[in-house]
Design a protein around this ligand. Structure first.
Ligand code: PLP
Length: 384
């Protein structure tokens, strides 16, 4: 089969990811930070080395502020709901957000009566910067945005947004769900205050892993309270990080897998020009040559993440995905991709889009087979 649904969860993983997870389940098994015995210490070491590795790779100064969550959604919820909100506060975000940012923002809006500005990204940095600058108010507390659209693969210029945030003393939270593992990211160099990402997408780690990295001394109220292993005598959540922010037993096998994935990413020789970029450019070019196909998002001259969104003219996207699955054994995703805002912008709310997303393990041959399949399907519809 051909797996082109990498933006949902990547598959396959580097072999060492599963191997490491099996090793931890079979030979470690103990609870990290919940005992002084050898196995508990070994489990804690796995967790700590992953904090250190992630901090180093993403430019976070303090590994104690590299936090583990089950996915990007929980990491984003912690970052957004953990800030101290007051009536009248204001938030800037984009019209390309996944529901994992949009819904927590809506929750904050309704609970605290804050206001939200949604900025459009249409490929023009100047307009984007102007729109952000114009939206800033005295009471703007947070700028939060995805680093790339999970629907079209469009890269959002976060460096410009971090500049505005810094100039105005506003916090910036970046959702790197579609860029971590595909693009180098450095919080310190890029001026990012909080960075959230899943382990299971571009980083090629396991499901059940996600991280929130926090720069500087930003104060966050934990969204969960409970056992932290240390400081058990106090009825209150401890002040120390990471304990304050991580209640309950961590996913040690998953985090061990994430560590292996981070090591595999660190060793990539094509980090600056990843091979999936070449593959996606060929796929985009091949699709744009098919009469009856509409492609969305960046043009061939613009940077895109390894995602192409398209439709067969006047055909429901789910129907195309189903034909690709049942007749060609090709996995893609169709519909709204948890990002209704993007579809309002693209005017595809009714039809959705078919999304093909790649990883470095996909091949040129798979791309050619895919283009041929879409050609055949489109021709069949047009003959009707
Ligand atoms: C841009 C973006 N943000 C957040 C998420 C949520 O990730 P997770 O499923 O790990 O919570 C996704 C998942 O598709 C995404 O594409």
């Amino acid at each position: 089969m051909i797996y082109f649904d990498q933006a949902a969860s990547s598959f396959p993983k580097p072999p060492r990811v599963g191997k490491e997870m099996a090793e931890v389940i079979n030979s470690v098994g103990a609870n990290p930070g919940r005992g002084g015995h050898a196995l508990a210490r070994k489990a804690a070491e796995i967790i700590n080395q992953t904090r250190v590795k992630a901090s180093k790779l993403f430019g976070c100064s303090n590994p104690k502020r590299a936090l583990f969550y089950p996915n990007a959604t929980v990491a984003l919820n912690q970052a957004i709901k953990g800030l101290s909100w007051q009536e009248g506060d204001h938030i800037v975000t984009t019209s390309f957000e996944h529901n994992s940012i949009r819904r927590p923002l809506e929750y904050i809006k309704q609970k605290y009566d804050v206001s939200i500005s949604f900025i459009q990204w249409n490929g023009n940095i100047e307009t984007f910067m102007n729109d952000i600058n114009e939206s800033i108010q005295l009471n703007t507390k947070l700028i939060t945005m995805t680093h790339a659209s999970n629907v079209t693969g469009a890269l959002i210029p976060i460096e410009e947004a971090t500049k505005v945030a810094k100039e105005n003393d506003i916090l910036i939270l970046v959702d790197a769900s579609q860029t971590a593992g595909h693009l180098p990211i450095n919080m310190k160099e890029q001026g990012i205050n909080m960075l959230a990402f899943p382990g299971h997408k571009g980083l090629l780690g396991p499901q059940g892993t996600g991280m929130l990295l926090v720069e500087g001394n930003i104060d966050l109220e934990p969204i969960h309270h409970g056992g932290t292993g240390a400081f058990s005598e106090s009825p209150d959540q401890p002040e120390q990080w990471p304990e304050r922010m991580e209640s309950g037993t961590l996913n040690t096998p998953g985090i061990a897998g994430l560590y292996a994935a981070l090591c595999a990413y660190e060793e990539r020789e094509d980090k600056n020009v990843p091979r999936e970029t070449f593959l996606i450019n060929r796929l985009y070019e091949g699709l744009t040559e098919i009469p009856g196909i509409i492609c969305y998002g960046p043009s061939s001259n613009e940077t895109r993440m390894p995602i192409v969104a398209f439709n067969v003219k006047n055909v429901d996207s789910q129907e195309i995905a189903m034909i690709l699955d049942t007749h060609y054994d090709i996995a893609v995703r169709a519909g709204l991709h948890c990002s209704p805002l993007s579809h309002e912008t693209l005017k595809t709310t009714d039809q959705g889009v078919v999304r093909a997303s790649l990883s470095r393990y996909n091949t040129e041959k798979e791309v050619e087979v895919f283009i041929q399949a879409v050609k055949e399907i489109t021709a069949a519809y047009h003959e009707l």
